[in-house]
Write a protein that binds this ligand. Structure first.
Ligand code: AMP
Length: 442
């Protein structure tokens, strides 16, 4: 299928050609024709699949028939869970809509109201918003959703996880009942199905789960770490590799992200932190510096890093494993963008065994264990059974404290005897909390 088969507005086709896209991705090929017919959609699609264009192209196509609307009353609303994702959706609006006269506004928490009031006091076609700030504007009467034609819920599962369920319901109630609703979610559990049942009318279900991007073009590997000191040594070794162009390093908490970024900077690396406690201006600056290559190592938390689409990210390093198995897939999707190859490296200690097993069940494969010479762990993790006592004889890798002798040699060869073996169990679509981090270990 080519984009010309989709009957999109010629100005959109021109913008798509400028982007260099040759054919629609599977989610686009399925979603765009249905959305253009005015159907409600529920699509299981993750970041990296081209989902943004999957909803933005039909929405812009509709806006191409210009009806000058009244002030502060958009025809299309895209709700996203995070400010970063909202910024990226806004970028997509500009990219795909550059030959159309679409008036858009972005309504985000953590940014000044003044500019938003100004934008909302003009005639508007499209608004991209995070739920909390949008509700504020609804309460202040500065936005009117009664003329909404298309409502997009992007990463709806994440919105529920972040506690936006009631906000989303309030927002949808303020929109006309005959609007079109396009819901995108990475996962489909009962809560999501219930919400979809209430918000969508006879929706077309698009499920590209079979083609779920679990990082086939991303080399994934595991380093067993004995303790924090060992993790730091491994990290030092990995970031000294010239093949690492840019990396996102994931930490469990905002505080850890700050302190790890500080440690790396003190060692002379171009490193910075990105997390939700930073003011929006600082977050935007950090992302811009990352895009421009001024930052090589970004230490981030899950929410802040979600949706980051920077082509230069060659590595993702899970300094701490994610709390939810599917966040692992989101994290590693920050590398290997647009078909490029990437490397995703996870650190795990014996305490992370359950977490690791859940991730492996979710992605349907075992992560090969790599060892850095001189930084061998004291024990090898046997991911196949969780009931082996740590330190039992069979699990023993070699004697001695973690951290090795501090003289790393070669990168692991991937020939672990565990590599490639299937775990039991099936891929679970449920969100399974896998570990609760107690107090920060740093
Ligand atoms: P998304 O899943 O929306 O975050 O998109 C992931 C990446 O795929 C973005 O960098 C898009 O620019 C890119 N992309 C979207 N559609 C296509 C396409 N049809 N062909 C090639 N790249 C695409």
């Amino acid at each position: 299928m080519s984009f010309t088969d989709l009957n999109l507005d010629p100005q959109l086709l021109k913008a798509i050609t400028d982007c260099g896209y040759t054919e629609p991705t599977p989610i686009q090929a399925q979603a765009i024709p249905q959305a253009l017919e005015g159907k409600d959609l529920i699509a299981s699609a993750q970041t990296g699949t081209g989902k943004t264009a999957g909803f933005m192209l039909p929405a812009l196509h509709k806006l191409a028939t210009l009806k000058k609307g009244p002030k502060g009353s958009p025809r299309v609303l895209v709700l996203t869970p995070t400010r970063e994702l909202a910024s990226q959706v806004t970028d997509a609006t500009r990219t795909y809509g550059k030959y159309l006269r679409v008036r858009s506004a972005v309504i985000l928490g953590g940014t000044p109201y003044r500019d938003q009031f100004r934008a909302l006091s003009q005639p508007l076609d499209l608004v991209v918003a995070t739920p909390g700030r949008l509700i504020d504007h609804m309460d202040r009467g500065s936005i009117d959703l009664s003329r909404l034609e298309i409502l997009v819920l992007d990463e709806a599962d994440r919105m529920l996880d972040m506690g936006f369920k009631e906000d989303v319901e309030r927002i949808t109630k303020a929109a006309p009942a005959d609007r079109q609703t396009l819901l995108f979610t990475a996962t489909m559990d009962k809560t999501m199905a219930d919400l979809a049942g209430r918000l969508l009318k006879d929706p077309v279900r698009i499920d590209i789960v079979g083609k779920k991007n679990t990082g086939e073009h991303i080399e994934q590997r595991l380093h067993v770490a004995d303790n924090l000191h060992h993790k730091n040594k491994l990290l030092e070794h990995l970031v000294s590799d010239d093949e690492l162009t840019q990396a996102i390093i994931f930490s469990a908490t905002k505080r850890d992200a700050d302190s790890l970024a500080r440690d790396l900077s003190a060692k002379g690396h171009r490193a910075a932190a990105l997390h939700g406690d930073m003011p929006q201006g600082a977050r935007n600056r950090t992302l811009r510096d990352l895009r421009r290559g001024r930052i090589r190592l970004l230490v981030a938390t899950d929410v802040a890093a979600r949706g980051i689409d920077v082509a230069g990210i060659s590595h993702v390093i899970n300094f701490d494993l994610p709390k939810f198995a599917e966040d692992y897939v989101h994290r590693i999707g920050r590398t290997g963008r647009a078909g490029a190859s990437g490397t995703a490296i996870s650190f795990a200690s014996r305490n992370d065994l359950t977490a690791l097993q859940r991730i492996q069940r979710y992605i349907g494969k075992e992560l090969p264990q790599h060892v850095v010479e001189g930084l061998e762990p004291a024990y090898k993790l046997d991911v196949r059974s969780s009931n082996r006592r740590p330190g039992s004889k069979n699990g023993q890798y070699r004697k001695g404290p973690g951290g090795g002798n501090g003289k790393p040699g070669y990168k692991g060869n991937g020939n672990s005897r565990y590599a490639g073996q299937k775990t039991s169990g099936t891929r679970s679509p449920r969100r399974e909390p896998i570990i609760e981090y107690r107090s920060s270990s740093r």
